[in-house]
Design a protein around this ligand. Structure first.
Ligand code: TXA
Ligand code: MG
Length: 347
């Protein structure tokens, strides 16, 4: 589909009663009618469509160029809607909802099959989340339908953390964009499967394993996230993702080895970029050095990761060498995204 013009609404997220603002009401009406609209959440921008309408979901897959065996997260405005969508709410899931919603946690539960089968890609489970963003919540409330929304990027590219990123990827391909400013968390929600006795993390994200365990006790991690050869239970996890145009490598022991690798590639005549943090910007000599936050505070790195990866695309570097991060707290999600962006290539 090619919409001739993508509408663009700017909304100040700090205003009161957003759900009755004209821009929000208009965008919500389009969603309800089956068009797709991009909107901000606290993690990344989502591309929303009415989860009850097959054609709306089809439009999402087409605009993104997304494989249709990759199910979508259904976004809702309140916990009361959960009962319409799932056949059972285990106590552990209820505890997680109370502790982390609205927030960057997606919960997988047995589906009641009340949404389009294209949303769940014919699985018997459904992924749900209440986002913690005033614009998203106002839009969901005004639309008054469950809204399926993947990240609003072209499939394979870094997720969008600004409306400009969405516009870059999807202008002309979607009905509209609600610009509510830059998102905060910067990496997507944690996806946790609550269909078994012990919850399983299928995708690391904004909520850490420790945070989950503090509420529900032991939580497992899908082995496919750290062991080669296992098939991931979250279909989306198997695809190459978040990749900038240049060839990217992660560099272990970067403080000792980074400059040597830069020099080697430059000797081969290649233009080299480095993804680093503010603590180390002045340690290197390369064609482009981009800091993404402070290593001291990994949340700042998560918040700027995707925009930094996109920024490399604006400069003609051929090789990107990235520092690695400790796999602790939100560092687990950061490393998961970096490994995918680099296609697991580590030096
Ligand atoms: O923060 C986020 O989660 C953002 C914002 C927009 O909410 N959304 C997002 O959606 O990241 P997406 O489509 O890019 O990622 C959804 C992930 C995929 O890995 C998908 O395979 C998984 O959730 N997923 C969805 N439904 C599932 C299900 N029933 N079982 C297992 N995994 C599921
Ligand atoms: Mg995505």
């Amino acid at each position: 589909m090619n919409n001739k013009q993508t509408e663009y609404w700017i909304v100040d997220k700090n205003q009161d009663h957003l759900n009755i603002h004209n821009e929000i009401k208009e965008a919500a009406l389009w969603i309800k009618k089956g068009e797709v609209i991009a909107f901000p959440t606290e993690t990344v921008y989502g591309l929303g469509g009415n989860a009850l309408i097959d054609e709306a979901i089809e439009k999402i897959y087409i605009a993104k160029g997304r494989p249709s065996d990759n199910p979508l997260i259904v976004h809702i405005a309140s916990k009361e809607q959960v009962g319409n969508l799932v056949s059972e709410i285990p106590i552990l899931a209820e505890k997680l909802m109370d502790a982390f919603w609205p927030g960057p946690l997606t919960i997988i539960l047995p589906s009641k099959n009340s949404v389009s089968t294209r949303v769940t890609a014919n699985l018997q489970t459904i992924a749900l989340r209440i986002p913690d963003h005033p614009v998203a919540l106002a839009l969901l409330e005004a639309a008054d339908v469950p809204v399926a929304a993947p990240s609003a990027n072209v499939s394979g590219k870094p997720s969008p953390t600004t409306a400009q990123h969405v516009n870059h990827d999807l202008n002309g391909k979607i009905k509209g964009i609600v610009d509510g400013g830059k998102t905060g968390v910067g990496v997507e929600s944690t996806v946790v499967d609550c269909t078994e006795t012990v919850p399983v993390i299928l995708r690391p994200g904004g909520i850490t394993k420790d945070q989950l365990e503090a509420v529900v006790g032991p939580v497992n991690v899908d082995p496919a996230l750290f062991e080669e050869g296992n098939i991931p239970r979250s279909p989306g996890v198997k695809y190459t993702h978040y990749a900038p145009n240049a060839e990217m490598y992660l560099v272990n022991d970067y403080q000792r080895r980074m400059q040597t690798f830069v020099n080697q590639y430059r000797d081969e005549g290649k233009r080299v970029g480095i993804l680093t943090t503010y603590e180390h910007v002045s340690d290197y000599d390369a064609d482009l050095i981009l800091p993404c936050g402070y290593r001291e505070d990994l949340e700042t790195v998560a918040s700027h990761l995707y925009e930094t990866l996109r920024c490399f695309d604006d400069h003609d570097v051929e090789i990107i060498l990235a520092e690695t991060f400790p796999k602790q707290g939100v560092g687990v999600a950061i490393m998961n995204r970096l490994e995918k962006a680099a296609g697991k290539k580590v030096l």
